[in-house]
Design a protein around this ligand. Structure first.
Ligand SMILES: [Zn+2]
Length: 116
């Protein structure tokens, strides 16, 4: 999964700009309908870490916060949990939902350290 590699590369560059050369912890926020599976992300993190051991501390960890998906129907105002991005309102039965949350995919925070 190239996405994870891109994220970790960016985190590492940001850390390097602060004088840190090792990543200790990366915390992501991932929406339930963001098309990013937490298990796949964890696996990609492990692979990237094995391939780039110089970028991480030994105990480097990935933490994933799941963001609940919520959609609001633009017709009736009902809020509900969408299965997908085109959200079908359970009240009107038309795909009139506007997704409010659940599509986020970003780095929430990270921690780094400096090791020789
Ligand atoms: Zn509706």
């Amino acid at each position: 999964m190239a996405l994870m590699g891109d994220i970790l590369q960016l985190v590492h560059e940001d850390a390097a700009a602060k004088g840190l050369n090792k990543i200790e912890k990366v915390e992501l926020i991932v929406g339930e309908i963001a098309n990013a599976m937490p298990d796949a992300l964890r696996m990609a993190f492990e692979i990237f870490r094995e391939q780039n051991p110089q970028l991480f501390t030994n105990k480097a960890a990935l933490i994933i916060q799941l963001e609940e998906a919520i959609a609001e129907c633009v017709l009736c105002g009902e809020t509900y949990k969408p299965d997908q991005k085109i959200a079908l309102c359970p009240n009107c039965n038309v795909p009139s939902g506007k997704v409010l949350t659940g599509e986020t995919f970003q780095v929430l925070s990270y921690e780094g350290s400096f090791e020789k």
